[in-house]
Design a protein around this ligand. Structure first.
Ligand code: COA
Length: 204
């Protein structure tokens, strides 16, 4: 599995894993609870995505010199550290998985394939003002979608509407940062494109 690890600063790191072939990972780092959750995923491809995203957390914590604490899902579906220290967010899709870890601040990360259909569903997740500045281009729309997913995951609560509550400031298709606001808090979202994927992340 090819891995890219980025140490963002002394408190935070992210890892991206390209999933190729069968699982060859040593799973001994997983907690008993995580092994049970993994065993419940019947689809082999989905299970491999799940494993790869946990391995990405392992690599990110390792880059910071932190022992993998094990994670459980809270009532909103967000992963929480079993030692109650640090924050994590993860994303996985066909062939790729990623995770970000921060020692003290909540984080959100998202990976999305650039697909034509995102333009058509724009009015479902974008406000009128956002639709006005976006070019009719799947890259621009995917950046907006993914930025909102990262903010949503950083918040970690259900009941937040992408269209009604999360507002993005105008940005260009080559922007590396997007500004967003929700519940009175301003977020800076980092954006990058890797072939046909958009990666975004934000730190509270
Ligand atoms: C839950 C959700 C954030 C997952 O995102 P996704 O792009 O489908 O999938 P990803 O692979 O990027 O992320 C999955 C991970 O998100 C995490 N996650 C799930 N719920 C979460 C929450 N409430 N907060 C933070 N992280 C969450 C989990 O770790 C999950 O991985 P796991 O199941 O392996 O543990 C997303 O499906 C969602 O509900 N988004 C809001 C939908 C919405 O409001 N849409 C609006 C308009 S159309």
């Amino acid at each position: 599995m090819q891995t890219k690890i980025e140490k963002i600063n002394a408190s935070s790191a992210l890892a991206i894993k390209i999933i190729e072939g069968e699982n060859e990972e040593d799973l001994s780092f997983l907690s008993f609870r995580e092994k049970l959750a993994m065993a419940n995923i019947s689809h082999p491809e989905k299970q491999l995505e799940w494993i790869s995203s946990r391995r990405a957390i392992f690599d990110a914590t390792n880059a910071l010199g932190i022992e993998y604490p094990g994670f459980f899902k809270d009532e909103h579906g967000k992963s929480q550290a079993m030692d109650e220290k640090g924050h994590v967010s993860l994303s996985h899709t066909k062939g790729v998985a990623t995770a970000i870890y921060h020692k003290v601040r909540p984080v959100g990360i998202d990976l999305e394939f650039i697909r034509e259909k995102v333009v058509a569903i724009g009015p479902r997740f974008l406000a009128k003002e956002e639709l006005e500045f976006l070019i009719t281009n799947p890259v621009h729309f995917t950046m907006a979608w993914s930025a909102k997913e990262s903010i949503f995951k950083c918040l970690g609560k259900r009941g937040v509407s992408f269209r009604e509550h999360i507002r993005l400031a105008p940005f260009e298709m080559n922007s590396e940062t997007i500004s967003g606001t929700v519940q009175g808090h301003d977020y800076q979202i980092q954006v990058s494109q890797m072939e046909n994927l958009i990666l975004t992340y934000t730190i509270w």
